[in-house]
Write a protein that binds this ligand. Sequence first.
Ligand code: EPZ
Length: 420
Amino acid sequence: MAKYIINGGARLEGSVAVECAKNAYLPILASTILCEHGDITLYKAPRFTDVINMCAILERLGIAVKHENGVLRINAESANARFVPVEVAKLLRSSIFTLGALLGRFKRARVAYPGGCDIGLRPIDIHLKGLKDMGVKITESHGILNCDATALHGGTITLDFASVGATENLVLCAVLGRERVVIQNCAREPEIVDMCNFLNKMGARIYGAGTDSIEIEPVSRLVGTEYTPIGDRIIAGTYLIAAAITHGEIEVSGVNPAIFASLIDKLRVSGCLLRVKSDKIYLKSPKTLKSVGLIETQVYPGFPTDLQAQLLTLETVSRGSCVVHENIFESRFKFVPELIKMGARVRVRGLSAFVDGVEGLSGAEVYAKDLRGGASLVLAGLCANGYTIVNDIFHIERGYQDLDIRLNELGADIRREAGA
Ligand code: EPZ
């Protein structure tokens, strides 16, 4: 398995442009299933493993996908399959979005249960309840969801929890429906807004994305368009914390600071100087970082669970103590035992972690367990004394492109060693 070898201690400085958001690109790729007329061009396609795997799923459905120098040219007119088998569905969580899109277009679908980061049970009960409330008939056998939406109808669906994926799935199912659908208590993440903007550019009629109530007026067809998804706020936050933890300075571009203001606020509390413009953030880290005291992950616009591990890592070398409550996923502290190997002082009790800052970390051999926890081990290695080996970086490469190359450009000493 490939690994990163990091010689810690270098101060990061320079600028980096972030890729398009993984969590916007994935539902947007699923959305292309709905388009029966014309070509779709998606720009700045990131080479994340999850994006590559989602494209592979589209091809299995008979959709033409061409990747030329970061541009994806897609034509879904030839889509002819309605089955997503386990061997591809298990590769990523977002495979479940194909269910809503296939039902929206073909009114029938068979999709295996999804995969994704092992950060909790990750059930899909909210997805399935919402689809059933829209009239979809669902039976399950051998891990496959057999769905029939020939009796699809409209109405108001209220989600038990503001699930990002469930919100996206129900929108995808409703776009080409027969009757108006209103989804209440839906998620408000910017990536959902981006998916809806893309669908509306193809002719959908979706209103209220970004609020807790989304209304979908059905249309009969979607027509191909071209689109560039928004920048990845989680990657942007990861680079800001990389500069903060190495007492460096950085300018991150390609993302609207307003969509991750909660992190920017925390970094200011830690003593970092931050200046923000429309699509740029400048950060200068102090000689001594202060603990932010409390991190509580929430649905958007609260502090994002996808930046919890990265900020907790910063807290391990900040002056003071910090309490971290992970309110979204039930198993998102798997990286903590690896940080403790590096000298971090963290105690985990259930969904909370208690961090006491230390003077510094020391390099060690550690193992990535999931995407964001793995990226956090890289952050720890950047500031640690000596060498850190981060194993199983396939987890990290699901959502970061050329992380070693980018960090070296900023002054880090990190190299990628291919697996045996
Ligand atoms: C999306 O996952 C993101 N993934 C995750 O990013 C992100 O952490 C999460 O939203 C929360 O913001 C993509 O967009 C591809 P949820 P998703 O449904 O849709 C529970 C990353 O690192 N739940 O909002 O799976 C669930 O178990 C990834 O980029 C149910 O109980 O998140 C969790 O506890 C990780 N039943 C909570 O809700 C359901 O049917 C939030 O899940 C659905 C979800």
